[in-house]
Design a protein around this ligand. Structure first.
Ligand code: ATP
Length: 364
């Protein structure tokens, strides 16, 4: 860890009402987002929701039809990309193949007319920072994918940008390297205090790295919140289902903000807008870890049959069908799941509160 925890190299960003259409496709439909200095915000959402367009507008590679972009309080909406003080890392390594690692890193400094000695020193410093000491003379083809992304990161940071933009930087890497680099990018980002916007469609990556995750849908912000809040208190069914596995089980709304589901009456932990009135049939959104499975047909729950049991190490995920025809997924500690093989009759109850309910007659 660095000793520079007080420094805030980054500046705040404000995206205000950004709209961008390509022909008849609306990529951004009024995107509002405030990012604090030094914060890492992940833009998360399904393919086509406008993540990359938003990032390209921040970078200055793309212009918004309407809306504004502020960097450190300054309106940069019309400022060209090379005047914005931004570092960027892309999915594909995009290093110059005919330049060494050090030359790649120093590229931005050469453009800025730094001396040769200064460039060499800065390149060495940055390659060390990203965990590649002694690789300065290697060409991209002599480096692994993960190492190339480290060089790309060093290159982006070499010019001391005020904002770092990362466009799916890990998605071309294999799982193990991806996990390592996740941690390293986050460590570096915290150490440097650089404002960072990270585009990903991998929810685990977003949750594990970001200060806040901005979930996008159809060119708009659906919710922006710290990872635990997003997971525990999703504002909408879309967020709930995008950010983790969800069960949708039939339930009935009861008095006092409660809902009856799987034979239990439980308080609903969140709910944006009005709670449906008592007596209404709803979809109850419950996480797999919030379900309990008892062997045999017992009272006080719904009877079900185990369809599939998938061993995942410490937990086992059961796919079940209730006798009323609902599909459910339950995560159990594996030591509890041993006897719950496919075909087993069981009773399903809920031992955690639903995260959300949604009126059934609202088609999604
Ligand atoms: P992905 O995860 O697949 O990269 P995304 O969330 O980054 O998706 P964008 O790349 O921002 O989404 O695209 C949003 C929408 O705008 C898509 O429907 C896309 O096809 C469209 N789009 C983006 N750029 C262009 C372009 N230059 N010309 C035409 N359509 C575009």
């Amino acid at each position: 860890a660095g000793d520079s925890t007080d420094t805030r190299a980054g500046v705040g960003l404000r995206l205000g009402g950004l709209r961008r259409a390509f022909g008849s496709t609306t990529a951004l439909d009024g995107l509002d987002l405030d990012i604090a200095p030094g914060e890492l915000v992940a833009l998360l959402g399904p393919s086509g929701c406008g993540k990359t367009t938003a990032l390209r507008i921040i970078a200055g590679f793309e212009t918004a039809d309407t809306g504004e972009l502020l960097m450190g309080g300054e309106d940069v909406t019309g400022l060209p990309a090379n005047k914005r003080d931004i570092g960027m890392v892309f999915q594909s390594y995009s290093l110059f193949p005919n330049m060494t690692a050090a030359e790649n890193v120093a590229y931005g400094l050469r453009v800025r007319k730094a001396s040769k000695a200064e460039r060499a020193a800065r390149a060495a410093e940055l390659l060390e920072l990203v965990g590649l000491p002694g690789r300065d003379k290697h060409y991209p083809h002599q480096l692994s994918g993960g190492q190339q992304q480290r060089v790309a990161l060093a290159r982006a940071l070499a010019v001391s940008p005020r904002v770092l933009l990362l466009d799916e930087p890990l998605s071309a890497l294999d799982a193990k390297v991806r996990l390592q680099l996740r941690e390293e990018i986050r460590r570096l980002q915290l150490e440097l205090g650089i404002t960072t916007v990270f585009v990903t469609h991998d929810q685990e990556e977003a949750l594990s790295m970001a200060d806040r995750v901005a979930v996008m849908k159809d060119g708009r912000l659906e919710q922006c919140a710290p990872p635990n809040e997003l997971y525990e208190r999703p504002a909408t069914p879309f967020v709930a289902e995008f950010v983790g596995t969800m069960n949708r089980l039939p339930g009935v709304v009861r008095e006092g903000g409660t809902v009856e589901v799987l034979g239990r009456r439980l308080p609903v932990t969140t709910g944006q807008g009005a709670h449906p009135e008592a007596g209404r049939t709803v979809d109850v959104l419950l996480r797999p870890e919030g379900l309990q499975v008892h062997t045999g047909e017992q009272d006080g729950g719904e009877h079900a049959t185990v369809r599939v049991a998938t061993f995942l190490g410490s937990t086992t995920r059961l796919h079940l069908t209730t006798d009323s025809g609902a599909e459910a997924k339950a995560d159990l500690p594996s030591w509890e799941a041993g006897s719950l093989t496919p075909g087993t009759r069981c009773t399903l109850t809920a031992h955690d509160n639903p995260v959300l309910v949604e009126e059934r007659d609202n088609p999604v």
